[in-house]
Write a protein that binds this ligand. Structure first.
Ligand code: C5P
Length: 403
């Protein structure tokens, strides 16, 4: 992420006849106040010269991974880091396929793979290539991963065919870049507290009562909020996930520890996102030595854990409060009840009865329930759901909030 005052847009140009329209796009982006850096594929240079873009942007134009000049500031990692938004226009079927499959065999695809910035793709190709099933499945895969597509327009194509495949109008592409640029920093200056994972409630030193939460959604929310400029603290139960970049991570085991960690930090928070699956009950006592096979306890007495989110609601702590609801039936009704009972500003609800979605999986489909209404996310990767949650969090923060 580029921390300079001006938003940096990395424009990728690939080898299609519409490459000449990228010149107009670059001008439109500069007019919108962005710093623009161009990366071209070899094929793109057959249509437009790097000199054209260099003159328009007043920046070096990168084509090759193997730059001759060691002082040239064109390096795939630095380009990837500098970008606040990455837009590829026109994008060929070939480059869409490469990105969808994680290939990185030239400077553009390497930069795209290395960047954490949002990616906008404006495809341009022959109508049959666009409609081909393999192209459409690559587009769908990238869409689920959060890539924004500016759909090609219909009309007469360079090859003489008629149909969709023309590069979308330049202003439409520039507008999509602006949406992403605004989103890229919309949580700057905010402090966000995220809870994640499941808690473990010890029975004895080796056994515990736990649940199936993987922590993926909460980690993805923490990472996304940090990328968008927030100061983020993540309080998490045990998970195998690595600490997200630029996030303060507090690892706890039990609900009581999570409660203490949250209460100690919530004073500074502008928002709390409670995605943790906090155990509702814990064994009344933890047996001090390992319970032997031949002395099975007849029963384990359980006592109630504090409801962290409900307590935040009751005491009106934590600013904007977003809760989660994992349900197996009547998802929306339960979510609405939780919204009121826990005095949240939004509840993210999902149906955990479908084994393909939710716990431990990469994808999910959720309902965003607020007092203003209900929206469905459709099936998305958890990372993309995290982005949708941060979009709504940002709007709730911007709009002021009343529980
Ligand atoms: O009541 P239920 O457990 O279904 O509510 C789920 C929401 O409440 C989640 O946001 C979860 O993180 C939060 N919660 C909590 N403390 C608990 C139980 C749930 O913060 N003890």
């Amino acid at each position: 992420m580029n921390h300079s005052e001006r938003v940096t847009v990395l424009v990728g140009v690939t080898g299609g006849i519409a490459a000449y329209k990228s010149c107009e796009l670059v001008r439109a982006l500069i007019k919108r106040g962005y710093r623009v850096k161009v990366v071209m594929t070899e094929a793109a240079t057959e249509f437009v010269t790097p000199l054209t873009f260099r003159t328009l942007t007043n920046e070096p134009v990168a084509v090759s991974l193997w730059e001759d000049d060691p002082s040239a500031p064109v390096h795939h990692i630095s380009l990837a880091d500098e970008a606040d938004v990455c837009v590829i226009a026109p994008c060929t079927a070939n480059v869409i396929a490469k990105i969808a499959h994680g290939r990185a065999d030239d400077l553009l695809t390497t930069s795209v793979l290395a960047t954490e910035a949002p990616i906008v793709i404006a495809p341009a190709m022959n109508v049959h290539m666009w409609r081909d099933e393999v192209t459409q499945s690559n587009v769908a895969a990238l869409h689920a991963r959060g890539v924004v597509f500016v759909e090609p327009a219909a009309g007469e194509l360079a090859c003489g065919d008629i149909g969709e495949g023309r590069l979308a109008p330049v202003e439409e592409i520039a507008a999509a870049v602006t949406v992403e640029a605004e989103r890229a920093r919309d949580l700057a200056g905010r402090t966000v507290l995220v809870t994640a994972g499941g808690t473990q409630e010890p029975i004895d030193p080796v056994r515990y009562i736990g649940n199936r939460s993987s922590g993926k959604t909460g980690f993805a929310i923490a990472a996304e909020a940090a990328r968008r400029g927030a100061r983020v603290t993540l309080v998490t139960g045990p998970t195998h996930l690595a600490d997200p970049f630029e996030v303060e991570v507090v690892r706890i085991q039990t609900a009581l520890e999570m409660h203490a960690a949250v209460m100690a930090r919530v004073g500074e928070a502008d928002a709390v996102v409670a995605s943790a699956a906090v155990a509702d009950f814990r064994p009344a006592e933890t047996v001090s030595g390992k319970i032997k096979k031949d002395s099975i306890p007849e029963a384990i007495t359980l006592v109630r854990n504090p409801d962290i989110l409900a307590e935040l609601g009751e005491r009106d702590l934590g600013g904007v409060r977003i809760g989660f609801a994992a349900e197996t039936s009547e998802v929306e009704r339960h979510a609405r009840e939780k919204l009121e009972a826990k005095r949240c500003h939004m509840v993210v609800a999902n149906d955990v009865s479908d084994p393909a979605l939710g716990f431990g999986t990469e994808a999910n489909s959720v309902l965003f329930v607020t007092r203003a209404g209900v929206e469905s996310s459709g099936v998305l990767l958890k990372r993309t759901i995290a982005r949708e949650i941060c979009d709504r969090l940002s709007r709730l923060l911007a709009g002021g909030h009343t529980a």
